[in-house]
Design a protein around this ligand. Structure first.
Ligand SMILES: [Zn+2]
Length: 406
């Protein structure tokens, strides 16, 4: 790890067990942690203007190198002043490396988990070759032959001028065997060195760089990868790759990996963000989470809710809500719930009106923001273990410390 406060400074203000709350000082302002990071995959958080995302309280969004490389292209975004100016977002931006998407073209097994996937979108692209220098593939936008490797990924992220860049990695799927996972991990470590070298010479002086721990579900590989990644000159650590098929296995991988990371560096768990995963991840010492769930659910008429027995969600399109005058979730402080009924969202969502998606995105993102801000407050007051238990047993985030869980 390196310590370069000009790029990133992380201060931890309180701890309870392994959980911690703190502040990440980026070139574009402060991010309070633990934080959930909404996906701005194509340079937009689906259906919302950047000002609306800020109004929800978010301080950091995640944009996607692979998709922005193909369209509209880093040159155009750079010519228009960088991604912050392009999307009208003054707060912090984290860009992923593109590795997850480009390897999903090859591995298929994680295709359904692809962030920002549109129907048929990636099915039209294909991988031509995977080698030491990266991946050659066919663009899903225009069929042209493209390539993405460690230096390319760093160059795109430099042109986008994000506050935090991720090193290029191979995200191995659950169905890859141990031997493949081990070889891919070793190559990811070599790519990390190339990313650090390129970034040191050419990267924006205030951009931070995170490395990614791989190793699949294999305990020894995760250990090796954590050690190797932490030895590089980076500013933070992400935990990536397959985390198993079930939540228990995922938590096992995180429980094994997190204690091997430096105490004072920020830790990002990639692609995870359902309500129970957030409180469990925070309990294990994770600071940052990103996930497609709040926006993806909204497209399918689903609202987040304090319902542990139905994966913290319900389908507002179900017939029983057609005449329901209650808000999506009673007591929810979001603007959707303040003004609109389940019956209205039910009707809009069934009619596939854009406003239906917007109201659900707003509710789902507000719900997760309250969940993590509640966790921060609970850690500061040494009440996180009560908060976690209340959330897991069905309390709403805004009532978890004041009301007995249902
Ligand atoms: Zn709401």
């Amino acid at each position: 790890m390196r310590s370069d406060p000009g790029r990133l400074r992380f201060e931890i203000s309180a701890r309870e067990g392994a959980a911690r709350c703190g502040r990440l000082h980026t070139a574009s302002g402060i991010v309070e942690t633990p934080a959930f990071i909404p996906l701005a995959t194509h340079g937009t958080v689906r259906s919302l203007a950047s000002s609306e995302v800020a109004a929800l309280g978010y301080q950091l969004v995640l944009a996607n190198t692979f998709h922005l490389l193909l369209s509209p292209g880093p040159e155009r975004i750079s010519a228009l002043g960088g991604l912050h100016r392009f999307m009208g977002w003054e707060r912090a931006i984290l860009t992923d490396s593109g590795g997850f998407q480009v390897f999903s073209l090859a591995h298929g097994g994680v295709a359904d988990e692809i962030k920002g996937r549109r129907r048929g979108q990636l099915g039209q692209g294909s991988v031509l070759e995977i080698g030491e220098d990266g991946v050659r593939f066919r663009s899903y936008v225009d069929g042209s032959e493209r390539s993405l490797g460690p230096e390319d990924s760093m160059a795109v992220q430099a042109a986008l001028a994000s506050d935090v860049a991720l090193a290029f990695d191979e995200c191995t799927p659950y169905h890859a065997d141990r031997d493949y996972t081990a070889r891919a991990m070793e190559r990811t470590h070599r790519w990390l060195d190339r990313c650090v070298a390129w970034h040191g010479r050419n990267g924006p002086p205030r951009q931070a760089l995170f490395g990614i721990v791989q190793g699949g579900v294999h305990e020894d590989l995760r250990r090796i990868s954590a050690e190797r990644t932490c030895a590089a000159a980076i500013d933070g650590i992400a935990i990536g790759g397959t985390l198993g098929r079930e939540k228990e296995q995922m938590r096992g991988v995180v429980a094994l990996t997190a204690p091997r990371l430096p105490e004072d560096a920020p830790r990002h768990l990639l692609g995870i963000g359902e309500p129970d995963d957030l409180v469990e991840g925070i309990a294990l010492g994770i600071d940052l989470f990103d996930c497609a769930v709040p926006t993806r659910l909204a497209r399918h008429g689903m609202a987040l809710a304090p319902l542990p027995r139905s994966r913290f969600r319900f389908d507002v399109r179900r017939a029983e809500f057609a005449e329901d005058a209650a808000p999506l979730v009673e007591g929810c402080p979001c603007a959707s719930c303040a003004s609109h009924s389940r019956a209205y969202v039910h009707y809009l969502s069934r009619a596939e009106e854009l406003t239906g998606v917007r109201l659900l995105v707003e509710h789902n993102l507000a719900y997760l923001e309250r969940l993590v801000s509640g966790a921060r407050a609970a850690i500061a007051r040494q009440r996180f273990s009560d908060y976690r238990a209340a959330i897991l047993s069905g309390a709403a985030p805004w009532a978890a410390l004041t009301e007995r869980a249902r």
